[in-house]
Every structure is written in structure tokens, then in C-alpha cells.
Design a protein around this ligand. Structure first.
Ligand SMILES: [Ca+2]
Length: 345
């Protein structure tokens, strides 16, 4: 039996035996209960054990009061852990607050909330974040780095590189170490991902498919001509999603938007609804093999006005010389970038 159950021996022991949550009496605020505005539900004629069990089973219940004379139970939406500031006098009822058990290495803070670590989220750190955006929103101060995530539809967690700024970004593609990673790859490699997390990489279409499944994900693309902070171009594609592998990971999105005066231009709209192609799997709408012609894997129609997975060679004069170079016709013309990336946010 958990040691906290001993503190409440005879009162809530059966709850402790059934659930992982426990309750404590707040000795620093004697004779006080939560103010009226925090009471969500009043249940009459129940036992203390049933009152505690009901609070345990309801994730929004933070504490409860019990009056053993009238057998009434108040379930509260908030709790007070010792300041007594949210409380008022009541001589009939006794106040109990939930002692949360933080899971997966989470740390119970003095405000009785869990501070999660290692990419876990939720009131008890009970699950992994679904993408980097959710980890950023959880507000634990997660920094840039590798994290395990688990999108709702994915059967197992997988590792991604998160850029924890601007709302949290799950890196899909990174081209920053010249020559280090060839991007003319097979279907299996584009499906499963290649490269090194945090370096030149392609996350993989299957992982992307799961991350994008909610339909509310934004695909961002950015290039730099020089490695300086303000010299960048950026474009965003909203409500981005993919169909499954059997359907060729067709690309869908609702609309495109550039980032103010740094707008990159839209070269993807002509490829909307197109399937992904690689040199060994021709799903394009051309008589030729676009992936072979472009020397990359991408969503091709007949073929495309861009080639973000094309050859990126910084030693050249940075002007496009062939279809297999990195290019983005609208609106970079034939300028070849220095660094490029794509992410899901
Ligand atoms: Ca073809």
C-alpha cells in the first residue's frame, strides 16, 4: 500500500488501492474550504470513499470537500495548497486536495502541478507530445533538440529534431551542410527518412503523414542566400496533410502565405493533390520520370516549378544550371540558396 494511504487510513484507503491518486488534508488552512465559485458539482448522500473516487476519475476535479454528517460531497475545479487565499470558512466540511503523481520523470512542483521533462505533456506527464508544437505550447521551456514524439495515429513513438521557437517546429528537411547528404534517394528512404537529426536530414513521409493527420498543421519552407540572420525567404502552407503510402502520399493544403517582405513565393500550388515520386517510383503526371530528371524525390506533376530536394552546391556561383539543382521559380528565379529547410508547425 502506498504510504499516503496510511496518512488517510480508514478514510480513503480503498481509493488508494484502486487508483494512483491520493488525497491530503490541508493542515495549514484549518476550518477552510474552497470558495463557492470553485465548486463544480455537489453530490448528496454518498460516502467519503465514493466522493474521493469520483474526484479521482474526473481529470478536471482538483480537490473535494466532504461533510460526514450530511454525507454531501463537493467536487472542486481548483485547489489551494497552503496559501488559503482561495478559501473561506466552513465548520461542517473537510477539504482534501489531490496529490498528483507525476509520471515519466515529471517533477511535482510546490504549486502541486507537474513539470514534465523529455517531451512528455499532460497534467501528469502521462504521454509524449504529438509534435514539437505541442511541446512548445506546454510551456516547460523545452529547448532545441531531439525528442521522441507520438502523433495520435502513430503506433509507436519516433525521434524528431525540434526547433523550439516561433511556436515550435518539427524539422522535416534540413539542407545546411553542403555535400554531406545526397537527396537523390529511393522511395523506401524518402518514406522512412534519412540523414542525421540536427544535420542534413529528411524526416520521412510516413512520420510526416502521422504528424499532419489532424489537418491543422502548417508546412513552412525557408531558404537563405547567405548565412546571416536577416537574409531569408519564407513561405507557409496551411492545413497541410498527406494521403497514405498506398495513395502515394498525395499533398494537400488549403492556402499559402509568405512571411511579409521576406515572402519566398508560392511554387507548390501547381503540385497540390500530386503524389510523391522517387527515381524508383514514378507517380507523376508526365510521360518522363520527373524524379530522375530532377535528381530528387518530391511531389511532381508534369514536373514542377521547384526542386527543394535537388542538388545544393554552395561552391558554385549559386545560379541554377540544370533541373537537378535546388530551385524555387516563384519567386527566387534561378538563384540557388545557401541553406534550406522545411518544417511542420
Ligand atoms: Ca512519369
Amino acid at each position: 500500500m502506498h504510504k499516503l494511504c496510511c496518512i488517510l487510513a480508514g478514510l480513503l484507503t480503498p481509493v488508494c488501492m484502486i487508483h494512483t491518486d491520493n488525497y491530503r488534508v490541508l493542515t495549514s488552512c484549518p476550518g477552510l474550504i474552497m470558495k463557492r465559485q470553485f465548486i463544480a458539482l455537489i453530490i448528496r448522500d454518498v460516502t467519503k470513499v465514493d466522493c474521493g473516487r469520483t474526484c479521482t476519475e474526473d481529470d478536471s476535479c482538483e480537490s473535494f470537500h466532504y461533510d460526514s454528517t450530511s454525507r454531501s460531497c463537493h467536487l472542486n475545479t481548483d485547489f489551494d495548497n497552503g496559501h488559503c487565499s482561495k478559501m473561506e470558512f466552513n465548520s461542517e466540511m473537510i477539504y482534501y486536495f489531490k496529490v498528483k503523481v507525476c509520471m515519466n520523470g515529471g517533477i511535482l512542483q510546490s504549486n502541486s502541478r507537474c513539470r514534465c521533462v523529455n517531451g512528455y505533456v499532460g497534467s501528469k506527464c502521462q504521454r509524449l507530445m504529438r509534435d514539437c508544437k505541442e511541446g512548445f505550447a506546454a510551456g516547460f521551456g523545452y529547448g532545441h533538440g531531439e525528442y521522441f514524439i507520438k502523433p495520435a495515429s502513430a503506433s509507436t513513438p519516433f525521434k524528431v529534431f525540434c526547433r523550439m521557437w516561433f511556436g515550435g517546429r518539427t524539422i522535416l528537411q534540413w539542407r545546411k551542410e553542403s555535400f554531406s547528404e545526397p537527396f537523390n534517394r529511393s522511395w523506401a528512404e524518402y518514406r522512412d527518412g534519412f540523414g542525421r537529426l540536427g544535420g542534413d536530414q529528411w524526416l520521412g513521409l510516413e512520420k510526416m503523414y502521422h504528424i499532419c493527420k489532424p489537418g491543422t498543421v502548417m508546412l513552412g519552407i525557408e531558404i537563405r542566400f547567405e548565412n546571416t540572420p536577416n537574409d531569408y525567404k519564407q513561405q507557409q502552407y496551411f492545413n497541410f496533410s498527406l494521403s497514405n503510402e498506398k495513395d502515394g502520399y498525395r499533398m494537400y493544403f488549403s492556402y499559402s502565405e509568405g512571411t511579409g517582405r521576406n515572402a519566398m513565393g508560392d511554387s507548390l500550388t501547381p503540385l497540390k493533390h500530386c503524389a510523391f515520386s522517387t527515381y524508383d517510383q514514378d507517380n507523376d503526371n508526365s510521360e518522363q520520370n520527373c524524379a530522375v530528371r530532377f535528381g530528387s524525390g518530391f511531389w511532381f506533376n508534369a514536373c514542377a516549378d521547384c526542386n527543394p530536394n535537388g542538388h545544393l552546391d554552395r561552391q558554385k556561383k549559386r545560379r541554377r544550371t540544370s533541373d537537378s539543382d535546388y530551385f524555387w521559380t516563384y519567386d527566387l528565379g534561378d538563384r540557388v540558396p545557401y541553406i534550406a529547410s522545411m518544417w511542420l508547425g
